[in-house]
Design a binder for this molecule. Structure first.
Ligand code: PSV
Ligand code: MN
Length: 430
């Protein structure tokens, strides 16, 4: 028997939190009313909000130094879905899963889809992996994949991406995210121009295999594993590739994939303007691609990203339907706890952005009232929207206090006995 948190357990836990929530919600409602903000549209928008979970995020991640597995970790995609379903059960904003092939490869896609559906889960964008060699592979990605100098390696990587599309289509996904680690570690190692040209050629072959209703998301990353030059290093390169490929190609923004001081919200604004924003891989970082929990380092930056997204929605920006996904590596926490709190942090940034008085902001901007405009943003950011988020969860059957309820359920304790630990502690990101 697989342990699952009983819905009655959540209701019972909610019972103990209900009166405090009612009080806090009343106070927040009064506060918002004074500021001329109606609660109902904010609640309605929040109820619609969804962010996809990464299948690789429910396992303990790792660094290039080590991986420290925890008891009760999922041992395959079915158990990963069980854990994702638990996150969804508690937060009710994460019904879709982003798979990563070949890590999540199964023989029977129909059975996996049925299993997911029974858990109330669906599938978001699928991810290809040409940054690792798989056991028994006939070609090596040591010196690149889609941009490799050898056409045989490029073909191998193209074939893998096309296989990902097929696997994704069988599961009901509608997009392929392509991140490649290709690049060079030494000046002179690669030709900076021809490597990009080879990328475009390879991506054109993958693009041609997209079903009519599919999109391809190009994910850029400044560095790592290539430390001198990465082929798809920045949003400009990503945009150039998306523009060259065609309307189904868009640019995916992973929050950790930029130079430390880059203004990410401005990149978001540019991609919205160019009609090429695919969506996000949410995480947080202090130094580089840290893959830390969303909102744990710089929640203001996350809010500013959402401010651009809400602004784009309010303006009715064309071809604007970003996909929201989490991409984190949980090294020192229970991954489920990290995903619960990350999903809530992302919702929080969205809720705060919904509270921005956009008419007043436009007016302050027109008057060149720099501090006045800034304070309008800050007023929204400084609002504690926790009761709103809790209420949305409660209304959809989730937990008022997800983390507390999760811990009280002893889910991980049960999984530790259901899922005997794997024998080897491997290094590296999973
Ligand atoms: C690369 O750092 C990345 O952000 C890409 O999205 C990968 O697919 C993911 O991490 C998982 O390793
Ligand atoms: Mn990513």
């Amino acid at each position: 028997m697989t342990f699952r948190i009983d819905q009655a357990f959540i209701e019972q836990a909610n019972g103990a939190e209900a009166s405090a929530l009612e009080e806090d919600l009343e106070a927040l409602t009064r506060n918002l009313r004074r500021r001329g903000i109606a609660l109902a549209p904010v609640l309605a928008a929040l109820k619609q909000f969804q962010v996809a979970l990464p299948s690789w995020g429910v396992g303990t991640g790792g660094t290039r130094f080590a991986r420290f597995p925890m008891a009760g970790e999922p041992r395959g995609i079915y158990e990963k879905l069980d854990d994702c379903a638990t996150v969804q059960q508690l937060v009710r904003a994460t019904p879709n899963i982003s798979l990563h092939f070949p890590w999540d490869k199964v023989d029977d896609s129909a059975a996996l889809k049925t299993y997911a559906q029974a858990l109330g889960l669906g599938f978001d964008a699928v991810n290809s992996n040409t940054f690792q060699d798989q056991a028994g592979a006939t070609q090596s990605y040591r010196f690149g994949s889609l941009t490799h100098t050898d056409a045989a390696v490029r073909d191998h990587a193209i074939a893998h991406n096309i296989e990902c599309i097929k696997r994704g289509a069988a599961l009901g996904s509608k997009a392929l995210t392509v991140w490649i680690g290709d690049g060079s570690n030494f000046a002179g190692q690669s030709n900076l121009t021809t490597s990009f040209e080879r990328y475009l050629e390879s991506m054109t072959a993958i693009y041609a295999a997209l079903p009519a209703d599919w999109q391809i998301f190009i994910e850029h990353k400044l560095y790592e594993p290539a430390f001198y030059a990465t082929v798809i290093a920045d949003w400009g390169t990503s945009y150039a590739a998306a523009a060259a490929l065609g309307p189904k190609a868009k640019c995916l923004v992973d929050l950790g994939h930029h130079a430390p001081t880059v203004n990410i919200e401005q990149i978001v604004a540019r991609l919205v303007h160019l009609r090429k924003l695919a969506g996000f891989h949410f995480n947080d970082s202090r130094y580089g691609d840290d893959d830390l929990d969303s909102g744990s380092v710089d929640p203001f930056r996350l809010f500013l990203v959402f401010n651009e997204l809400v602004d784009a929605t309010a303006r009715g920006a064309a071809e604007f339907a970003p996909a929201y996904m989490i991409d984190q590596s949980h090294n020192v926490t229970d991954p489920i706890e990290s995903l619960l709190s990350s999903a809530v942090s992302i919702q929080r940034a969205y809720a705060q952005a919904l509270l921005v008085d956009r008419a007043a902001l436009a007016e302050a901007q027109a008057r060149n009232d720099a501090l006045g405009a800034h304070n309008i943003l800050k007023a929204a950011f400084n609002t504690d929207v926790s009761p709103l988020l809790a209420e949305v969860r409660r209304l959809s059957g989730g937990a008022i206090a997800p983390l507390k309820t999760y811990r009280a359920s002893q889910y991980r304790h049960y999984k530790a006995s259901e899922r005997p630990a794997a024998a080897v502690a491997a290094a590296g990101i999973v």
